[in-house]
Unconditional design. Structure first.
Length: 134
């Protein structure tokens, strides 16, 4: 999942001015969340780290890959990062890449030990994963 997102965003070119995203995730989601899943025959671990002003995603799908939404926006990979929904139970971020491609990350609050993540894995198909609190 994270590897596909990485491929999409790294293939984009910088054609709009970089802007600093104004992210402020809700308090219930702050911290590190982890999930493991199978990608073909490979076991993949993904970590989502929410800070007070960023989302940093790390995956070992194709070697260690780390994506900071703030850093990617700063360098023009994303020209729009929008907190589409931010409630006591749901946090949704919409990313628009330089070429206009949109990716939606939706996080739903669990019982405090987990959250549910739903995201597009190939631009068309959504998958839902359970992320456990680290």
């Amino acid at each position: 999942m994270l590897a596909i997102i990485t491929l999409v965003v790294t293939s984009c070119c910088k054609d709009k001015p970089a802007t600093e995203p104004q992210l402020s995730p809700p308090s219930w989601i702050l911290g590190e969340w982890e999930c493991s899943f199978e990608m073909g025959t490979v076991e993949v671990t993904a970590i989502y780290k929410f800070t007070s002003n960023d989302l940093i995603m790390t995956s070992d799908a194709v070697g260690a890959v780390t994506i900071s939404l703030r850093e990617y926006a700063k360098y023009g990979v994303y020209y729009n990062i929008k907190e589409a929904i931010k409630t006591d139970d749901i946090y949704e971020i919409t990313l628009t890449a330089s070429l206009g491609t949109e990716v939606v990350h939706n996080f739903k609050k669990g019982d405090g030990t987990y959250i549910e993540y739903t995201g597009e894995i190939d631009g068309n198909t959504s998958e839902t994963f359970r992320l456990e609190k680290k």
